[in-house]
Write a protein that binds this ligand. Structure first.
Ligand code: ZN
Length: 319
């Protein structure tokens, strides 16, 4: 049944998108903490403990989703850094890219055609192009597409992945960084990725982890829940299950401490004042606490591989 949630057309979701079990309300009375978009939201969690998938409830209908992304949404502009910061960031990102992609590709495999779904302002694609990949992107956001073209001269299409109508077996690699939690039908997206991957091609998906240490610590104040833009929150198990259901062969799925410092400082601010304005800059002391949190999370990962803030799934299309 459609409900009007402060002007946002929404619908109540009773069942888990991944396993079909019923849901229980985990949090209620939540509002947008970052951009002040309208609506009051709950988050439900799958009652199947082996799944643990979470979803925003009610869920905004696709036709009203645009109202949840304001003009200052952070994928719209490339980050402004000093020359030194740009250089260190480039090294770090290049290193991260190498790490992720070398974990996908065995030694000696050639770098081919790479698609990023949800390419945002284009800095990831730009880095990957620098590492030798032939890169393309797709993003539903006008501002982000314009930025990726203007700032980096990238080949990026505006729209959904389906709208791009890529032929079967097109890409050697596809990446979707923090996309699945934003879209209504992540299952169809995974199936479409499978279709356009070449046999043997790889898909890398990253998204927030519903079982992370940060979520355990901050509960409804956890930055990564990001209501109402995050429609879903995956666990390692539910992400693997959905990828397998879509026909992908899961090679690895784990959690990492990526963004743990930022999640700590921002969640702390949300818990303190109920929101985290974009201009919020944590103090030196808070940043030091963030480093400490990340170190604790790293140690926790030794005994609990599900403790990290970010999930990374690597899957392959069968040859
Ligand atoms: Zn479930």
């Amino acid at each position: 049944m459609t409900v009007i949630n402060q002007g946002i057309k929404s619908v109540n979701i009773q069942k888990c998108f991944v396993c079909g079990s019923g849901g229980v309300d985990l949090y209620s009375g939540m509002r947008d903490r970052l951009f002040g978009a309208p609506g009051v939201w709950s988050i439900s969690r799958c009652s199947n403990a082996l799944c643990g998938f979470m979803w925003l409830n009610p869920q905004p209908l696709p036709e009203d989703t645009g109202k949840l992304y304001t003009g200052t949404y952070y994928t719209h502009k490339p980050p402004e850094y000093s020359r030194l910061k740009r250089l260190t960031r480039r090294l770090k990102q290049g290193g991260f890219g190498r790490l992720v992609w070398s974990s996908m590709y065995h030694q000696g495999e050639k770098k081919g055609r790479l698609l990023e779904v949800g390419s945002g302002a284009g800095y990831y694609l730009n880095e990957m192009r620098g590492l030798g990949w032939t890169v393309e992107g797709v993003d539903f956001d006008d501002g982000a597409v314009k930025c990726a073209k203007d700032a980096y001269g990238l080949n990026v299409q505006r729209g959904t992945l389906k709208q791009c109508c890529f032929p079967d077996n097109t890409f050697d690699a596809i990446t979707a960084n923090h996309v699945l939690e934003h879209i209504h039908d992540p299952f169809s997206l995974l199936k479409e990725c499978l279709r356009i991957l070449k046999p043997g091609g790889c898909l890398v998906v990253t998204c927030p982890n519903a079982k992370s240490l940060g979520h355990k610590l901050f509960k409804d104040a956890c930055y990564h829940l990001d209501p109402p833009r995050h429609l879903y929150a995956f666990t390692n198990d539910s992400l693997k299950a959905l990828a397998r259901k879509a026909g992908l062969k899961v090679l690895s799925a784990r959690s990492t401490v990526n963004a743990a410092r930022h999640i700590f400082t921002t969640s702390r601010e949300i818990r303190r004042i109920g929101k985290s304005p974009q201009e919020y800059m944590p103090s030196k002391f808070e940043r030091a606490l963030g480093v400490l949190f990340m170190a604790i999370e790293l140690i926790t990962l030794i005994v609990n591989k599900d403790a990290g803030e970010e999930l990374v799934l690597v899957a392959r299309k069968n040859r």
